[in-house]
Design a protein around this ligand. Structure first.
Ligand SMILES: [Zn+2]
Length: 234
């Protein structure tokens, strides 16, 4: 995680409706994790096509071996060296392509916002005061504002309701992406939430549910993660 960053979308920008009620609450840094599988987090078909088109062909291991072999003649060596250089260049370009294509990100963000609105609609339908989640972390690196922090949660659980703020992480299946890890590291440390293991909770600590899934649990609800957050804050 050499390159920590995330993008942020306010609830207004995401098109959420106004909450039915807002009541202040102090969550004392406690955070409850939720997970919703979302195909946004898988690359879109256009994104996949885009990646596939640009994925450079890796020179075979045989080439590297030949190149390192002192017995290889200079002409072969020069050819291989040129191929490897051009591969490295193409690979760097390819790695950048995802983030450097604003149209792809824009499309994913719009989809994320529509998912977020549908959550709010389904929570309103259950008579919640608002979307149940404080914020959402999408797998392509977008953080969307939900209920927000420092207010009584909108969900119906009596205990977690006032004790925790909540984050919904949305990956392909319950897969964790490096973008989600970046978002979580920055949001936790800048908002001072979930900094210790006893401040980090999973939905199924309190309810019989699969949420937040084994991968999220194995990543975010561990001592290793709180240690990482502590080192990251220094
Ligand atoms: Zn949940």
């Amino acid at each position: 995680m050499s390159d920590l960053r995330y993008r942020y979308m306010s609830r207004e920008k995401a098109g959420l409706k106004r909450p039915k009620a807002v009541r202040a609450a102090d969550h004392n840094g406690h955070q409850c994790f939720h997970w919703s599988a979302s195909d946004i987090t898988e690359r879109t078909s256009r994104q996949r096509a885009h990646d596939k088109a640009k994925e450079p062909q890796k020179p075979g291991i045989k080439w590297y071996r030949l190149w390192r072999n002192p017995a290889t003649d200079p002409i072969t060596r020069a050819n291989i060296s040129r191929k490897i250089r051009s591969y490295n260049k193409a690979k760097r370009k390819h790695n950048k392509a995802f983030e450097s294509d604003p149209r792809v990100l824009d499309k994913l963000d719009k989809k994320a916002a529509s998912i977020w609105r549908s959550f709010q609609a389904s929570h309103f339908a259950r008579n919640y005061a608002d979307i149940g989640y404080s914020e959402g972390h999408f797998a392509h690196g977008l953080v969307i504002e939900g209920r927000g922090y420092g207010v009584h949660c909108a969900a119906s659980g009596p205990r977690a309701n006032y004790m925790f703020n909540s984050v919904n992480v949305m990956g392909p299946g319950d897969k964790v992406t490096s973008e989600m890890m970046n978002s979580n590291a920055i949001r936790s440390t800048t908002l001072n939430v979930g900094l210790t293991l006893d401040q980090r909770h999973g939905h199924n600590d309190y309810m019989p549910t699969a949420c937040p899934g084994p991968s999220n649990r194995a990543t975010f609800l561990t001592e290793a993660w709180t240690k990482f957050l502590a080192s990251f804050r220094k």
